[in-house]
Every structure is written in C-alpha cells, then in structure tokens.
Design a protein. Structure first.
Lengths: 262, 265
C-alpha cells in the first residue's frame, strides 16, 4: 500500500510527459493542473457532483436506513440483500443494466412513448443528471447501512418520550432522531462523496465524453494518453482532497456531535 | 384530520421505500430480463423466452477464458487474504501493542483511498518491479482490495468470541489442537465464511483496480464486459452479466443462511 503510493509520488514529480524512463524533479505537472482553467473547472464540477450525490443519498437513504433499523429481524431478512446487491454486484454489470434502461430503445423511453409524453426517443445518456443518478444508485447502500447502524443504537423510548410530550412526527424527527443519527449520516456521506469524486467507470460509460470528471481524466491520462507523471499528479491531488474532506468531516463529527453520542 | 395525516404519511412512506428498493434492484432485474429476450437487441420487457444467448455466451472463447481467469483470481486472492488477514484481525482485536492503530488503518485504507489512485499507484509500482501485465500483478492488487473485508469481518468475529469457552475446554483437559478443532474453528466458521464470500465477490466483480493492472494482458470478466459495453452491446453480454448476478446472489444467500447477512454488514 505504502510503496505504490511512494512510487506514485515519485512518478508525479518526473520532469517528462512519458510514462517510462522519466528523470529529474519538477512540479510542472501540478502547476499545469492547478494553473489551467479547464482542469480546474473539471475539478470543481467533480466536487459539485460529489456533494449533490451525497445529499441525494442522505435524503433517499434516510427513510430506508431508519425503517430497517426499526424493523424485526424477519423483515430485514430479504430487504438487506436487496440493499447490498448494488454494492456487491460488479460495477460494470450494474452500469450495463442502466445502459439498457436509459438507452434510446430502453425502458424509460418506451414508458414515456407509451404514455404519449414524447413523440420520439429522447437522449437520456451522456448527461450529468443520469451520471449522478446512476452513481447515487450504486453508492446508496453505503448510506443506508451507515444510517441503519446508527439509528439501531438510538433508544426508541426517546421517540416515545417526545411523542408523549406532544411533539409531532416531524418535530421528533428534526429535534430527536436527526441530531442523534448525525454521526452515521456524516460517515455515510463521506464514503459516498469519496466514491463519487473518484468514479471513472460510470462517467465514462454513462456520460461518454460529454461528462468530464476527475476520475475519468486520470484514467485517460494513465491508460490512453500514457502520460503517467501527469496522471499521477492528478491522482495525488484527488487523494489530498479526499483526505482534507475526511479530516474535516471527522472534526465536525467530533466537535459538534460528540455530546450526542452516548 | 390529524389521524388522516398520520395515515397519509404511513402510506407515503411505504410507497417511497418500495420505490427506493426498486431503484436499487432495477439494473439487475433489467439485465436478467434482457438475457432471456429472444429479440436481437437489448430490450425490455422480454417478448418471449430463450436461452440462446446463454449458449452463445458459453461458446464465446473470450468470455469463457475471462470467466475462468476471474474465478481463479478470486479464489486465490480470497485464500491469500484469509491467510494474511485473519492473524492480523486476531492481533488487532486481542492484543494492545505499539502500532496497533497504524496496522488497523493500514489494512483498512484501501476502503478510503480511491480505487483509481490505488490502481495507478499499483500499476506504476508493478511496472517498476517488472511484474506488470502478469497474473501476479492482478493477484497482488486483489489481495490489497479484498483485505479490508477480511480484516473487518474477522475483527468483529473475534470481538464476539467468548474466550471462556476455550478456557472451559482446556479445563476439561482437551489438548490444544482439539480445542482449536472442536471449539475455536466452529465458532469462527460463520465469520470466516462471510469474510471469504465478501472477499470473493469483491475480487470477482472488481473493475476499477483490475483495469489498470490487466492493461494489455489477459482480461478478467468485468474488464471483458467493460470492453464489450464500450464497443456497443448485444444480448450475449446480458447473458454473461446474468451469470455474474447469479453467482453474486447465490453467494449472498449462502452468507445469509450460515451467518445472517444483517450481522455481518
């Protein structure tokens, strides 16, 4: 683990654009990335997608995680496998399924045609919206499991107490459950964010060349353009962003929500 | 009015959750349906039933070669991860030693380090070590990515393990090997099994790291599927993908029966 990382650091500092036989020391690959508007806009876009997908997963994952935590073991029996299927199933197979659903002759287009909402198949692929949708589906299990494990530790008596005090459902949710579940929500969001900003298979297959993300650029530089020093520099920038994000969320979780953890 | 509102949120919740479950399972369902659809293009819903795409898949040498490569790779990586990961988990759980936290962070780090960073790092390292495009490259890479699952599952297993049981057996004058065979192993078996299944499934389905390590060399099944999807697809691909889905679901079912999935995820 450590040795490949060190190799990566060294390669990213080579003073050349070739993958092999690099020599010398130079920061120019970092300068090239950070000084170019195009690369920075891709970086910004990637981080934005990461945030949107994380927020979406919180909103969609919370009801599922909460209901799973409050369910009997029997009810969970067939629901848990459904939740972890996208996580354990090969990513390419999952994305391939989405290609069938979203393609021109696919499920969604047929449905819309059948309803008479559209006259001709619409292009659903190659848009940032569908890329984000597919990534959300792929990474949602992490959020659901993370929220489920936290909610399972919240004593249901607390919610009953709130109800006895005539707090409505929404008030109980907002004032009791959400603050207590916050560490789980943050942990899930961290994972989803990391996975989204480093994704490259989904953007490439679903987004084509129209949706540029940092992960797919690293992939291109490494395996297509064969500019390993530049690819290495980009992946270390990605790694740095991930570390800063994780550290930030951990801090937030410790300082703001530590008193709520029993 | 209040009651009605209550009822409405209940019903709304059920509808919402059903929709989310459907959203999660939809790609897999659609792939399975496309694989039994007799028409020549990938369509949904199926307009009949056929197994011809499966026969085509079994006849296809690239797919069968990569299937056998993926299976061998996943088996070997799983065994290696268990052999390295189980003692590591044991040490992390039972002993307090210098560098314990570092060791734990280190073996679990492939879960946090983005796969693309891991892939490119391993690629450059293995080229430097003269091992690129070989089976060894894939093997090493897959040990790294399966290790966190083994260590996490086994740490949980050891932490639930009641050592008094072993002591009781020893008090009853059972020789050490008998204690291991009759007490320790049976208790750890569900954990070991779930660890192996998660390791196997992770390795078998991995694309993000494999893509970097197998470049130019032999392709694993996910890479083969990726290449075909990239060039445009036909129902044979759906049949192959369905095989992957069936393997995954079957293995999850095994864990569910033996250990109970909800305890290990």
């Amino acid at each position: 683990m450590l040795v490949p990382l060190l190799t990566l650091v060294r390669t990213s500092l080579y003073d050349s654009d070739k993958s092999f036989g690099g020599a010398g020391w130079s920061l120019r690959h970092y300068v090239r990335f950070l000084g170019d508007g195009f690369y920075l806009s891709v970086l910004g876009q990637t981080l934005l997608y990461g945030l949107i997908v994380s927020v979406f997963c919180v909103v969609v994952g919370f009801p599922l995680g909460y209901s799973l935590a409050r369910m009997s073991a029997r009810g969970r029996r067939w629901r848990i496998p459904m939740v972890i299927l996208p996580l354990t199933l090969s990513l390419v197979v999952n994305v391939f399924g989405w290609l069938i659903i979203l393609g021109r002759g696919g499920l969604v287009n047929k449905f819309l045609l059948g309803l008479g909402l559209i006259d001709a198949p619409v292009q659903l692929l190659f848009s940032s919206f569908t890329v984000m949708l597919v990534m959300a589906q792929t990474f949602l299990p992490f959020m659901v499991l993370s929220i489920m494990s936290v909610v399972a530790q919240i004593d249901p008596a607390l919610e009953q107490a709130a109800a006895n005090l005539r707090a409505g459902r929404w008030t109980t949710l907002r004032r009791v459950v959400l603050p207590l579940a916050m560490p789980g929500i943050l942990a899930g969001s961290t994972l989803v964010f990391i996975l989204t900003v480093s994704a490259f298979i989904t953007p490439r297959l679903i987004g084509g060349t129209r949706v540029q993300m940092l992960g797919s650029m690293i992939y291109e530089q490494t395996l297509v353009t064969l500019n390993w020093p530049f690819g290495g520099a980009m992946s270390l920038i990605l790694l740095a962003i991930v570390f800063v994000f994780v550290a930030g969320v951990n801090r937030l979780s410790r300082t703001r929500f530590s008193e709520t953890r029993s | 009015m209040d009651r009605f509102l209550h009822r409405a949120t209940d019903v709304g919740g059920i509808v919402l959750r059903t929709a989310i479950y459907l959203f999660l399972a939809l790609p897999a369902i659609v792939v399975i349906c496309a694989s039994i659809n007799p028409v020549d293009f990938l369509g949904f819903p199926p307009q009949g039933f056929t197994l011809k795409w499966y026969w085509a898949a079994f006849d296809s040498k690239p797919f069968m070669d990569s299937l056998s490569l993926s299976t061998q790779l996943a088996l070997l990586a799983t065994v290696a991860s268990l052999i390295i990961g189980t003692p590591a988990a044991y040490a992390i759980e039972r002993y307090r030693f210098r560098g314990r936290n570092a060791l734990q962070a280190f073996v679990l780090s492939p879960m946090i380090v983005p796969a693309v960073v891991l892939g490119i790092g391993l690629l450059q390292f293995l080229v430097w070590a003269g091992l690129s495009q070989s089976f060894a490259a894939l093997f090493l890479g897959h040990i790294v990515i399966t290790m966190p699952y083994v260590v996490r599952t086994m740490t949980a297993s050891f932490s639930l393990f009641d050592r008094a049981l072993e002591q009781a057996a020893m008090n009853l004058r059972a020789p050490p090997l008998t204690v291991v065979r009759r007490v320790t192993l049976p208790i750890l078996l569900p954990g070991l099994l779930s660890a192996s299944v998660f390791a196997f499934v992770t390795s078998f389905g991995n694309i993000t790291v494999s893509l970097f390590l197998a470049h130019g060399g032999r392709a694993t099944l996910p890479i083969q599927i990726f290449t075909y999807v990239d060039y445009g697809s036909d129902p044979t691909l759906a049949a192959v993908s369905t095989l992957v889905i069936l393997v995954t679901v079957a293995l999850l079912a095994v864990v569910e029966r033996v250990a109970g999935l909800q305890k290990v995820v």
